[in-house]
Write a protein that binds this ligand. Structure first.
Ligand code: NAD
Length: 311
């Protein structure tokens, strides 16, 4: 227990979440940020989060909160953080030049066998790993916020990522209790954002055309598609909604094709429609209430995660 070292580089929102997930699985976690104060603040926040999770019975793994906290060590230098680590998770802000700089630094410090994973939400791994000596060990491991309650992790290889690294990264994510999906190659938006943007585009179009107002558009998802998709994806849903997928396509294929031809064109999210959508959202949730609403959403997600564990 605690002998397997992982390194977390960047101690913000996502770095803290990864630290907690790895500690929950018994890893020896080393955390680095650009100042000592940031690392100390992160560890203080992690301690509070672990205590709160323990109080509400939502702590993961077999160790109690103080045992998990003991597995997390702050480090003063990047070298101290990553040397000897079998897995490095980069969590610095979403900026290509910064990612390139950090990955070049990591390249000079990591063990030859270490997996070097990036939390990036949208940068293709080839863009920051091409010139690295250890580029075959680089992969994107993109979590979904908040990772403690939303377990999906997208694993995205660069063209030169070794298949063994992709397999090993998947095993590690499963060990943490996350739900990895493994893309066969990099593609803009990975999978989650491609699907999310397809949905956002059509919501935008329905608002622009005045077919529904913002609250009703969101209801289509939160009271219609969303509850269903929390348990089963769209493809399996289709399979069940007829006598199998082939029968579904025989029955509905022509309709799907004809409706799909009328979907809104790809557009920029700006101008008069942005003002309209934004005004309705601000009336619904004033900007000063966003934090409160986020806490409510996280509570809902934690209840859903518990429910999914018990069914
Ligand atoms: P954040 O701003 O909360 O934290 C980033 C941390 O990195 C900060 O503490 C910062 O001081 C530190 N940092 C900056 N330069 C550094 C360096 N050279 N070395 C070490 N640390 C450095 O950002 P975040 O929300 O945690 O996002 C981190 C990554 O995770 C981004 O790539 C982001 O796209 C991705 N991500 C974010 C979310 C989300 O919802 N926030 C979800 C999935 C993925």
């Amino acid at each position: 227990m605690g002998s397997k070292k992982v390194a977390i580089v960047g101690s913000g929102l996502i770095g803290r979440s990864w630290a907690m997930l790895f500690a929950g699985a018994g890893y020896n976690v080393h955390l680095y940020d650009v100042t000592q104060e940031l690392v100390e603040n992160a560890i203080k926040d992690i301690e509070e989060q672990l205590q709160a999770l323990a109080t509400s019975g939502l702590l993961r793994g077999n160790l109690n909160a103080s045992e998990q906290l003991k597995l997390i060590t702050g480090t003063k230098t990047l070298k101290e953080c990553v040397q000897g680590a079998l897995y490095v998770q980069e969590c610095v802000p979403e900026n290509l030049e910064l990612k390139k700089k950090v990955f070049a630094e990591l390249d000079a410090l990591v063990d030859d066998s270490a997996i070097i994973a990036s939390s990036t939400s949208c940068t293709l791994p080839s863009l920051f790993s091409e010139n690295m000596k250890h580029r075959q060990n680089v992969i994107v491991a993109h979590p979904v916020n908040p990772p403690f309650y939303v377990p999906l992790v997208e694993l995205v290889p660069a063209p030169w990522t070794s298949p063994e690294v992709a397999i090993k990264a998947r095993q590690i994510m499963e060990e943490l209790g996350q739900k990895p999906v493994s893309l066969s190659r990099e593609i803009p938006g990975f999978a989650l954002n491609r699907i999310q943007y397809a949905i956002l585009n059509e919501c935008w179009y329905l608002a622009q055309e005045g077919i529904l107002d913002v609250a009703d558009i969101d209801s289509v998802m939160s009271h219609g598609l969303g509850p269903r998709y929390a348990f089963m994806g769209p493809l399996e849903t289709a399979h069940l909604n007829a006598e199998g997928m082939e029968n579904y396509c025989e029955r509905y294929g022509e309709t799907i094709f004809n409706v799909s031809k009328t979907l809104g064109p790809v557009t920029r999210f700006e101008g008069a429609n942005l003002q309209k959508v934004n005004q309705q959202l601000v009336d619904q949730v004033p900007l000063e209430n966003l934090q409160e609403k986020r806490a409510w959403r996280n509570n809902c997600l934690s209840s859903l995660a518990q429910l999914k564990q018990n069914i």
